[in-house]
Design a protein around this ligand. Sequence first.
Ligand SMILES: Nc1ncnc2c1ncn2[C@@H]1O[C@H](COP(=O)(O)OP(=O)(O)O)[C@@H](O)[C@H]1O
Ligand SMILES: [Mg+2]
Length: 386
Amino acid sequence: MSFIGRHVLIVGTGLVELAAQALEGAVIETATAETFRGRWTHGEAPELVLIEATGASVEHLAEAIAAVGRAPSPPPTLLVGAQLPVGLVRALMRLPRSDVLEAPFSTEDLAAAAAPLMSPHVTPAHDAPSRCWTVMGAVGGSGATTVAMEIACALAGRMPGPRRVCLIDLNIADGAAAAYLGAPANMLLSRASQAPERIDASLLDAFVSQAPGGIDLLASARDCHAFDTTSSEAVLRILEVACQVYDAVVVDAPRHRRAWTLDVLSGSDELLVVSELTVPALLAARSLASEIETELPDGPPPRILLNRLAKRVFGPAPSMVEAEKALQRRAVGGITSDWEAAAASANLGGPIAQHRPKSRIVKDVGDLVDKLLASPAVRGDQARVA
Ligand SMILES: Nc1ncnc2c1ncn2[C@@H]1O[C@H](COP(=O)(O)OP(=O)(O)O)[C@@H](O)[C@H]1O
Ligand SMILES: [Mg+2]
């Protein structure tokens, strides 16, 4: 594994030279056990905290470990030293990711202990299972891609730290997420389809690009044959691996049924059907939702999200109440229309949350995300209102 550019914080001073050799290319910062309070430079957590037991008191070491544990997303921590007190080791083991390295050790030993801790692919950041939220438009242009992108950014804001949230654009022939975000589209799924069993965390790594808004993106470059040349195994495997690597995965799913659609939907924890407030869109949302309920009775209940709500002053646009009547069910939420913010962000490349953080869209998406986090969908629960 390469340590180039990876951020490592060493609590202690005796190890710096050895660590610089072992973790070649890593960006190393230091602190002392006496002064370390778990605050990171620029607020960004290091990818590894190396705590040196030699030369510091047990109290200070215990305080340093506790300080790491108080971080919102505690970074992996490696405690090194000889004859480490059991109490200290037990405190360390309570961190989500940690290990101990007994002195004396070589640079190779240190690299071998650090690598699995720093690899996000091997151990999930916490024991909770990853969340997978799928977004699907009821009709074209209803705002599914926009909503998926903003949801991913809102989740990333609520889960600070690197590699927490991944947006996967499964519109593999002509997806727009990469263009909206101004990020590269590096996912080569049709090539990976030739050997889907080889799709693993390192291949995923090669496919991922970093997008503004603190999210990772899996998206394919335009390819009109992609749906014919990509196998279901490859699509499902990439999703599975992404769910192992990330805390949250948001899928922008195509509207048209593919061989893998039902598997993707049934593997999701939340399923959002995005509709706009026109009668045809509402009717399409209603049919799509009932179709999914019939086919996946034990799957996540589809929840309808109304997008581009406008203040109704004049005109025949249905209100939210009228919309729910047409849908014959409650909507999970509504997103206000803000064309200026949506267009400006797409043109600049990046989420609305970044370019127009004060837009109502950002607030509405934030409220939706909080609501979904607070009351997750119950599988097989069809919340229909007549
Ligand atoms: N809440 C909103 N307010 C204003 N414009 C929006 C909103 N949501 C989406 N849009 C715009 O609507 C258009 C279609 O959105 P898009 O996300 O591409 O839809 P879909 O993925 O369902 O085809 C885009 O121009 C987008 O910027
Ligand atoms: Mg789209």
